[in-house]
Design a protein around this ligand. Structure first.
Ligand code: PAF
Length: 299
């Protein structure tokens, strides 16, 4: 069996800071792809995008305890360091930052970043404290690596929006790049949590994409009323016995507040339990041009 070279792995904050300090001194464009590991083609598409803009590209793997609630899946979250590191090597990542929890959150750690308002809605309402954990760790990663660009997936639309807001509000010199989700051939958005689904649940999970497609058809046919669209989403999701809806909403793409009519850039957002696994997905909808009734759809 050929032995794959593994990607250079940086374990400490001090080493990581020195590494990118050197890159910046050479006027290189540093890209960061933050992850929690259990990598799939969605993460690798972020790496691919980063490689177009940056050299070096750094990926981080850190399963952030502060973004999991007490009854969530922190303990069982998939950890696959060896295969992740091989995949990152193949994808052309230059180095991997994999800090220890005690380095990121040393004894006495007590400073958190919270994006008010936006953090409390939808995902934030269902997962109290989740976004505070996300924005805190992402802010720390941006401080440590100081990348020119950082890459996030649009599957986590609210997370990407919050991170963009945070960097704007706190004058962080990193441009946030939000990239489209990657989907299985049957439409299921790739997620590290898809591995929790058994064969039956995996089939049932396509209902999320089906519901988004149903909403798209209505929108394409001219329906703009959010309540009508929500009814379509609930109808499609309700047809799947194994699906339990957490939320199905149409929100403004900036504020994530519910809209009455779709007349500006919006997200159709879903959070649905399939068995015990909570999946999220979305459809981004925007008018084709400023005064156009025609919409463009981004799955
Ligand atoms: O999307 C994720 O994987 C995580 O929320 C992130 C952005 C890496 C922060 O832990």
């Amino acid at each position: 069996m050929p032995v794959l070279p593994t990607v250079e792995t940086i374990r400490t904050i001090a080493w990581m800071k020195e590494h990118t300090r050197q890159a910046r001194a050479e006027s290189r464009i540093v890209g960061l792809v933050p992850t929690m590991g259990a990598l799939h083609a969605g993460h690798l598409s972020l790496v691919e995008r980063a490689r177009r803009d940056c050299s070096p590209v750094i990926a981080s793997i850190f399963v952030n305890p502060k973004q999991f609630g007490p009854n969530e899946d922190f303990a069982k979250y998939p950890r696959r360091f060896v295969s992740d590191s091989e995949n990152l090597q193949r994808a052309g990542v230059d180095s991997l930052f994999a800090p220890e929890p005690a380095d990121i959150y040393p004894h006495g750690f007590s400073t958190y970043v919270n994006v008010d308002g936006l953090s409390d809605r939808l995902e934030g309402r269902s997962r109290p404290g989740h976004f505070r954990g996300v924005t805190t760790v992402v802010m720390k990663l941006l401080q440590i690596v100081q990348p020119n660009y950082a890459y996030f997936g649009r599957k986590d639309a609210q997370q990407s929006r919050l991170i963009t807001q945070m960097t704007r509000d706190l004058n962080v010199d990193t441009e946030i790049v939000v990239c489209p989700p990657v989907r299985e051939p049957d439409g299921l958005a790739l997620s590290s949590r898809n591995i929790y689904l058994n064969a039956d649940e995996r089939k049932a999970a396509t209902v999320l994409y089906g519901a988004l497609q149903a909403a798209k058809s209505e929108l394409a046919a001219g329906v703009r009323d959010a309540l009508q669209l929500q009814a379509v989403l609930h109808g499609a999701l309700g047809a799947e016995r194994q699906a339990r809806v957490d939320y199905a909403e149409i929100v403004d793409a900036e504020s994530f507040e519910p809209v009455i009519r779709v007349s500006q850039p919006c997200y159709v957002l879903l959070a649905v339990f399939i068995g015990k696994t909570r999946l999220i997905d979305n459809l981004f909808v925007e008018p084709k041009s400023s005064n156009s009734e025609e919409l463009v759809f981004h799955f």
